[in-house]
Design a protein. Structure first.
Lengths: 262, 354
């Protein structure tokens, strides 16, 4: 695979098998992080983090005839495998003070573990809450977009392991074409509630991991208007300038006005 | 044994099924009673456009520990002290005040990097901060500023100490003046950039206050620097005026924050961070303001006592201010309602704006 790549994660094809989570952990040698019963659905992974780079979300829907069991009193399931969005304007990349976070030739956002010093500023600048500092190791980790595999022309581990092609991977233009095609097909089949998640109009400016979900994407904790925090810089520095000016002025006035000169 | 469908027979199929339903109901009741009594267990949520994904946070909490708010406090005080010292010196104020300010800056300039390094996941790699300079990263700008300030304030303290020993020396004087000026210039950035640092993030309570934060932090830094100089025995009227100015500014900021009723600013009013923020506001705003106004510009023992009390209140308030802001950020990150624009956030907005 050459050129700019992307994931297309189609929740209508996901069966919640978590093969992507396992494949990701195995291939990338991501540390185990204990096993906790979270008491919500069958999702005991919880959220993306330093030791979770793929995460299958389990959404329980009310009974809906015709879908999810064909019985009016049986729950239906929605599964969606979450991953780093590899933003066009990536908050983590902009914020990283060491230059550890870089943009790869495939358009992905990659943390160089040999450079990161664990300042954790990326953690508070990711609008999707993806990147996290590993307390045991000290550095920040997230999905690498399988940079090593892509370099060898291979698909990322999660997409390779996915048994239902719910996780598709390819050139970004192919993926967005594929997404439109799939959306049309699903609507033809009568799935009126399908959404394509691609916040291209926000300051994030597009992502390299598109999601097709049924129902509102906020159900899957996908924010409707993710913002890259560099947009606050202008106001912040303007205010810092005002503050500095006030500081100097008040000090000058205080010392001059009180005749402290001797 | 033949299967009977009569519920009168305790061994019957229907009776056993009924018993299983009862067990399930009992378990459900007990579980609900258990979670109602404990806040540690997560509430049983659902995933929907009203709640998001089981009420789970969208954002990650800042993992910073106590070192970072303390660094904001020390850096703010040291940076402001350098500014005060340099201006006092240019105007020709009391040399003891100038010297104390210089030492305050130098000590703060030595402690600050230690705190920042201690909070890094890999402290040995602090030097990687100086691989690049990124204007779009306040963390990068801040790291370079801190290095400049520590160097400048240390050089200022060193050259003044040497000058004191060797007597008047033209070259030393020039070096000392340059170092003072350099420390003051970087000090100005040091005591304000931390507001930009946390303001330009995805944490709602921080970025919704990005215009207030640098002003709040600068006023807080000035307040604590003035107070520390007073506690070192400097009672010039100028310091009291500066203390009044910063306490006034903090009172205004505190009132603005208290009155701000946007959903994103909830952590400033509620919970642990809300109480910290209120305590900080009172200790740095109205309390020292009143004490300083009562103290006036006389140098009587009563006035000095009042100013000392104001100083202690301000320094404590300044430290709590930074702790409160960091704590508010942590609480803000936990709530998915703002990021997901959930109805609970906007309904709250409507109720509060009525």
């Amino acid at each position: 695979m050459s050129g700019i790549t992307a994931f297309l994660t189609d929740s209508t094809l996901c069966i919640g098998c978590k093969a992507c989570e396992v494949a990701c952990k195995e291939w990338n040698q991501v540390p185990e992080d204990g096993f906790t019963w979270r008491g919500m659905s069958y999702d005991n992974t919880g959220e993306l983090g330093h030791s979770t780079w793929r995460h299958v979300k389990f959404v329980e829907d009310g009974a809906s005839s015709g879908f999810g069991g064909n019985s009016p009193d049986v729950f239906s399931w929605g599964f969606s495998s979450d991953v780093c969005k590899h933003c066009e304007n990536a908050g983590c990349l902009e914020a990283c003070p060491t230059g550890a976070i870089v943009r790869t030739e495939f358009g992905g956002v990659y943390v160089q573990p040999d450079v990161c010093n664990g300042c954790a500023y990326c953690v508070v600048t990711c609008p999707f809450g993806v990147i996290e500092r590993n307390p045991a190791d000290g550095r920040a980790f997230k999905c690498t977009f399988c940079y090593d595999r892509q370099k060898e022309g291979l698909k990322p581990a999660c997409a390779t392991a996915c048994p239902t092609e719910s996780i598709k991977f390819g050139r970004i233009e192919d993926m967005s074409g594929e997404a439109d095609k799939r959306m049309g097909h699903l609507k033809d089949l009568g799935f009126d509630d399908v959404h394509l998640y691609n916040p291209i109009e926000s300051s994030v400016g597009g992502i390299h991991a598109l999601f097709i979900t049924r129902g509102d994407p906020t159900t899957y904790n996908l924010p409707p208007h993710p913002e890259v925090p560099t947009k606050y810089l202008r106001r912040g520095w303007a205010s810092a300038g005002v503050a500095a000016g006030m500081l100097v002025l008040s000090a000058l006035l205080a010392f001059l006005g009180n005749g402290d000169g001797s | 044994m033949s299967r009977s469908f009569s519920t009168n027979d305790p061994d019957s199929f229907a009776a056993r099924e009924q018993r299983l339903r009862e067990i399930r109901k009992q378990a459900d009741r007990e579980f609900r009673a258990k979670i109602a009594g404990s806040q540690k267990l997560p509430p049983v949520g659902i995933a929907s456009p009203e709640t998001g994904y089981y009420g789970m946070p969208v954002l990650k909490q800042p993992p910073w520990t106590w070192e970072i708010p303390v660094y904001f406090f020390v850096g703010g005080a040291a940076g402001s002290a350098a500014v005060i010292g340099n201006i006092a010196r240019m105007i020709g104020a009391d040399p003891k005040l100038v010297s104390d300010a210089r030492w305050l800056a130098a000590i703060g300039g030595a402690i600050s990097p230690a705190l920042l390094v201690a909070d890094l996941g890999m402290p040995s790699r602090f030097i990687n901060m100086l691989r690049v300079f990124k204007i779009q990263s306040p963390m990068s700008v801040g790291s370079w500023t801190l290095v400049a300030f520590s160097t400048g304030s240390a050089a200022a303290a060193f050259t003044s100490a040497v000058r004191k020993r060797t007597g008047p020396n033209k070259l030393l004087h020039v070096c000392n003046s340059a170092a003072d000026f350099f420390a003051a210039l970087s000090g100005l950035v040091l005591c304000t950039y931390t507001g930009v640092l946390i303001g330009a993030t995805v944490i709602p309570v921080w970025n919704q206050n990005v215009s207030i934060l640098p002003i709040h932090f600068a006023a807080s830094g000035l307040n604590s620097a003035v107070s520390m100089l007073e506690l070192r025995g400097n009672y010039s009227p100028a310091l009291n005026s500066l203390g009044i100015a910063s306490a006034l500014c903090e009172t205004a900021v505190g009132a603005t924050l208290e009155m701000s009723k946007r959903p994103a600013t909830k952590p400033l009013h509620e919970g642990k961070s809300g109480w910290l923020m209120r305590a900080a506001g009172l200790l740095s705003g109205p309390i020292p303001l009143v004490l300083r106004l009562l103290a006036g510009n006389s140098r009587t023992p009563r006035s000095k006592k009042l100013r000392n009390a104001a100083a202690i209140s301000s320094v404590t308030g300044s430290l709590i201010t930074r702790v409160a802001w960091v704590q508010a950020g942590k609480e803000s990150a936990r709530n998915p309602a703002i990021s997901l624009e959930l109805p609970s956030a906007s309904e709250k907005d409507q109720i509060e704006s009525r």
